[in-house]
Ligand binder design. Structure first.
Ligand SMILES: [Cu+2]
Length: 364
């Protein structure tokens, strides 16, 4: 009789077993995708979106990297050499040890992801090794402790995070672009224009990858001084990006931070060859300022070596129509004569990605 019942009601028996032990087979394990950063030309959102995700034991969280700014998904504090970014194709994490995606250089069409499975209940904090303020958590709980996420709920919260961050960055860019470039007379003739690298101040939402103003007109023998007000590293670079990249000393991906300044004698540039600042920013050895005097009429496109692939580019007109530099917050896209230029940067960044662990270590 008992045996017969078992045969008759196997589905019911299984169902009761599942109810009695939620999380251990009550529901098929699911995979939830979270965005590690996002952005648009001229803007990098350096946040996990959403910051917290609620799953059940056995579920997998998969991170996507939809923007070029590199990020990592890192659990635990690296012991010893953090450049050894242990991870594996699809690791499992129970709260001990160290796992990391390593730095991932994503993009709008990137299909690169990092997946971690969480077998046990708990709250697991993680961060980006390149942007230590970029943190998130995976909360693994059974349904009696709270409703788990589904992809729609995660997308809704994630999109809200990105929308809010983008408005904050755009407002910051607008404020930065609205500030008039200062123009002062130079001893011995000519004027000095002061332009801005990135924004007026740091933002918790991410980085404004632009120069302000994006276009400026000066006269021959005028000077331009670029000043950074942020902690994010940037360069001011003129000439062929491939030639600028050749100045990066040998080493791992972090060597890009040791790019030496290279300008003609007297800081006077006529468009021949390259002219580049070192990596500039608050807290960097080279400081926050870079100055060049332009001795020949022409159009000078320039870029940040680190962020050219995010359209951190601008244009200087020397000897054109006189007038103060215009203000403006629209990032320049694909400047004149730049065809093929961004491909070089992209290739360089890919090369850097292979040794990104060391780069990450240097940013901690
Ligand atoms: Cu930059």
């Amino acid at each position: 009789m008992f045996r017969k019942l078992l045969f008759v009601f196997p589905a019911l028996v299984l169902g009761i077993a599942a109810l009695a032990a939620p999380g251990s087979g009550a529901q098929a394990a699911t995979t939830i995708t979270v965005k590690a950063g996002d952005g648009a030309p001229g803007y990098a959102v350096n946040l996990f979106a959403p910051g917290a995700v609620y799953v059940q034991p056995g579920d997998t969280v998969k991170w996507a990297f939809p923007w070029q700014e590199p990020h990592s998904v890192t659990f635990g504090i690296p012991a010893g050499d953090p450049s050894v970014l242990v991870g594996g194709a699809n690791p499992s994490y129970e709260g001990t040890g160290f796992i990391s995606s390593g730095l991932v250089f994503g993009g709008a069409s990137s299909t690169e992801t990092y997946s971690v499975t969480f077998p046990k209940k708990g709250t697991y904090a993680y961060f980006c090794i390149l942007h230590p303020a970029m943190t998130g958590s995976v909360v693994v709980q059974t349904p009696d402790l709270g409703q788990p996420d589904n992809q729609a709920s995660v997308d809704a919260r994630g999109n809200a995070v990105i929308t809010s961050a983008m408005s904050e960055l755009k407002a910051l860019a607008a404020a930065s672009g609205a500030r008039e470039a200062s123009v002062t007379p130079k001893a011995g003739g000519g004027r000095k224009f002061t332009l801005m690298i990135s924004s007026l101040r740091d933002s918790g939402a991410g980085d404004v990858q632009q120069f302000f103003p994006a276009t400026a007109s000066i006269a021959v023998n005028d000077s331009v001084e670029w000043v950074s007000n942020v902690h994010t590293p940037h360069t001011v670079s003129f000439g062929n990006p491939g030639d600028v990249a050749k100045l990066i000393p040998p080493g791992g991906g972090e060597a890009i931070l040791n790019l030496p300044q290279s300008i003609p004698a007297g800081g006077r540039y006529d468009g021949t060859g390259i002219a580049t600042s070192a990596v500039l920013g608050i807290g960097f050895p080279a400081g926050t300022k870079f100055e060049l005097t332009f001795t020949k009429a022409g159009t000078y496109n320039y870029f940040c070596l680190l962020h050219a692939d995010q359209q951190m580019v601008a244009k200087l007109t020397v000897g054109g129509a006189p007038g103060a530099p215009n203000t403006g917050t629209t990032p320049l896209v694909s400047p004149d004569g730049a065809t093929g230029l961004w491909v070089i940067i992209g290739a360089m960044m890919l090369a850097a990605a292979s040794t990104a662990g060391a780069f990450a270590a240097s940013r901690r």
